[in-house]
Design a protein around this ligand. Structure first.
Ligand SMILES: *Cc1c(COP(=O)(O)O)cnc(C)c1O
Length: 377
């Protein structure tokens, strides 16, 4: 006997706009099946047009690769210390370890759920007092919500520490009308399968100078010196984006703003339907903050309630996911130092990401809130 299961609802699934295959077909027609070509140039130009005229974009194989290259460009080396927002995906922190440097984690503030200015300054002072000035700060705009850009960059400037801005989740978000991805000395984007736009896998490094972009591409293409034979004076990586998948990116850039509108509509629906429950908190936009609402998240009052909701949704074939588990609580980073106020730990205990795809239907959203309302009573 067949049991009819309700339609699967994903947390965040790829959503093609229509033109992607045209660009990919172009790559095939012209035999540009290489990690360079017109789609790579076109995609980089599209991102630049979208973000700011004052930046340069290097399309890469992943956001993680972009972070790794970014740290290399900032001169991070063995035994250096790098401050990193604790509340994030492990990809923000892993590249620090690739370079033999030490991550030091900074807790969140309750308003944006991102890196806490107070803890950041305490950490910088303490590291300097202990004899080592941090080499860089990695900041993250979690789930699309900008961090407190003014406060964080004021501290970074005061102590002259460069910022590597992890904008993997925040393409299209802005802070006082300036786009995320343009605040750091360097910034990164991700085009992984579940991000707001996708190339199936991919990323980008954003630089403030042409020289940094050229250096990034040099390091991303095996650090080959200018010679007729293969000559190397530096260690390189193989991190460039392919011209085939850059075609997907060009198609996706055409629908980015539409995707953001859909994602913001999801958030507003959840907020309108569930917003007056004293049990729940939402990631609200402070004045001047604009989130792409990559993922709509709720914070419940307890781990038990979060799990009850997650399991009830799973039972109905609906995917939801706990918020990122902070890096200072991860077994792999257990030995790392951290400056902690407890906020990210609480967020992890009670927080849940709800289905947020730009391709959700109103019926899907209704199914989700009905289940949650049943639990909250
Ligand atoms: C997705 C993500 C990354 C990594 O990007 P990939 O393209 O998957 O390598 C880095 N940081 C954050 C915050 C992310 O969400």
């Amino acid at each position: 006997m067949n049991v009819i299961k309700s339609k699967k609802i994903w947390l965040s699934s790829p959503h093609m706009g229509g033109k992607e295959l045209t660009y990919v077909q172009e790559a095939f027609n012209t035999n540009w099946i290489a990690p360079l070509g017109p789609n790579v140039d076109g995609f980089e130009q599209d991102i630049k047009n979208y973000l700011s005229n004052d930046i340069y974009v290097a399309a890469l194989s992943s956001g993680t690769a972009a972070l790794h290259l970014g740290l290399q460009l900032l001169g991070v080396e063995r035994d250096d210390e790098v401050l990193c927002q604790s509340m994030t995906f492990a990809a923000s922190a892993n590249p620090i370890v690739y370079l033999g440097a030490k991550p030091i984690f900074i807790d969140s503030e309750s308003q944006t759920w991102n890196i806490c200015p107070e803890q950041l300054e305490i950490a910088i002072k303490d590291r300097i007092a202990k004899g080592k000035k941090p080499k860089a700060i990695i900041t993250v705009h979690l789930y699309g919500m900008p961090y407190n850009v003014d406060a964080i960059h004021k501290i970074a400037r005061a102590y002259e520490i460069p910022v590597l801005e992890d904008s993997a989740e925040s393409l299209g978000s802005s802070y006082h009308n300036i786009k995320c991805g343009t605040f750091g000395d360097l910034a990164i984007l991700s085009f992984n399968g579940n991000k707001i736009i996708t190339t199936s896998g991919g990323g980008a490094l954003i630089t403030k100078s042409k020289k940094d972009k050229e250096k990034a591409i040099f390091l991303a293409t095996q650090a080959r010196d200018n010679a007729p034979h293969y000559e190397h004076t530096e260690i390189g990586n193989n991190y460039r984006m392919s011209n085939v998948i850059a075609g997907i990116g060009r198609g996706q850039m055409e629908v980015l703003d539409k995707h953001i509108t859909y994602r913001r509509t999801n958030f507003n629906f959840y907020k309108q339907q569930l917003g007056d429950h004293p049990e729940l908190e939402f990631q609200e936009e402070p004045n001047g903050y604009y989130s792409n609402r990559w993922l709509s998240c709720i914070k419940t009052r307890s781990y038990q309630l979060r799990e009850e909701i997650r399991l009830a949704l799973a039972n109905e074939n609906i995917e939801s996911r706990p918020l990122w588990k902070p890096m200072h609580l991860q077994p792999v980073f257990a030995e790392c130092e951290a400056y902690i106020n407890g906020i990210s730990g609480d967020l992890f205990d009670g927080g849940l990401c709800l289905p947020s795809g730009s391709n959700l239907e109103e019926d899907d959203l209704l199914r989700i809130v009905t289940i949650i309302k049943n639990i909250l009573g």
